[in-house]
Design a protein around this ligand. Structure first.
Ligand SMILES: [Zn+2]
Length: 237
């Protein structure tokens, strides 16, 4: 039998559960935002990695250009020297150097061309990746905005829920509230029905005394509590 007191306790418990649910949701928001922040950081790191790859290729190209430039200087010097030497063996030796330098230059130019193709590819890939990543980042930022809005709405809802919880306490005697608070400090639910002779909270069998008290048959009209877990119990036929 559900006494008027237990009815009030059930209302209090309901509002308490609502209040706690909102609190848990509010508490979870910063963690959810942190997860999205991590995703943003990962996207940014991916953009940076692509940018670094491109920069490395450009550095490689510059080094090759410098190498080609100094090889060309060397070639020019050999050619000038060759035009000035009189001895045949010296002339031939310089001719050998010139040939050697020319083939080195053409090899360097081949490598430069490869790097230029790679830069072209990397640039295209970078632009495409950057577009996708920026779009992802925008999506993540929108998600954060939604989460922040949600937190504000939840806090407003919690204010109402907390007030409703307090209002429900108003209708109960201190002794009942003390029992409620002690049980609620552990976990909800505090007040449960008995089904098939078992407590709806711990699912263990209650004693026949508790059962008759829950049925409203005890003389003193005290609140019936499960003799296993201490939760307030009521009979639900
Ligand atoms: Zn129990």
């Amino acid at each position: 039998m559900l006494t008027p007191v237990l009815e009030k306790v059930l209302i209090l418990q309901d509002r308490d559960a609502h209040r706690r649910g909102l609190e848990a949701q509010i508490k979870a928001v910063p963690g959810e935002i942190a997860l999205v922040d991590q995703k943003i950081a990962a996207e940014k790191a991916a953009i940076e990695a692509a940018r670094t790859e491109l920069k490395e290729l450009e550095t490689k190209k510059k080094l090759l250009e410098t190498e080609i430039g100094s090889a060309e200087d060397k070639l020019g010097k050999y050619k000038t020297q060759q035009s000035q030497v009189r001895k045949n063996d010296e002339y031939q030796a310089l001719g050998h150097e010139i040939e050697h330098t020319e083939s080195a230059i053409s090899e360097l130019e081949g490598r430069e061309l490869e790097v230029m193709y790679a830069i072209d590819e990397a640039r295209k890939k970078f632009a495409a990746a950057e577009a996708v990543l920026k779009q992802n980042i925008a999506g993540h930022q929108a998600r954060i905005a939604v989460l922040n809005e949600r937190a504000v709405a939840l806090k407003a809802e919690l204010e109402g829920a907390a007030a409703a919880f307090q209002a429900a306490r108003g209708g109960l005697e201190d002794l009942v509230l003390r029992v409620y608070d002690r049980l609620a400090a552990r976990a909800l639910p505090v007040c449960v029905p008995i089904h098939g002779g078992k407590c709806g909270g711990c699912h263990l069998k209650v004693s026949s005394e508790v059962e008759s008290a829950a049925r409203g048959k005890s003389a003193d009209g005290k609140l019936a509590a499960c003799d296993q877990c201490g939760r307030l119990v009521y009979w639900e036929s």
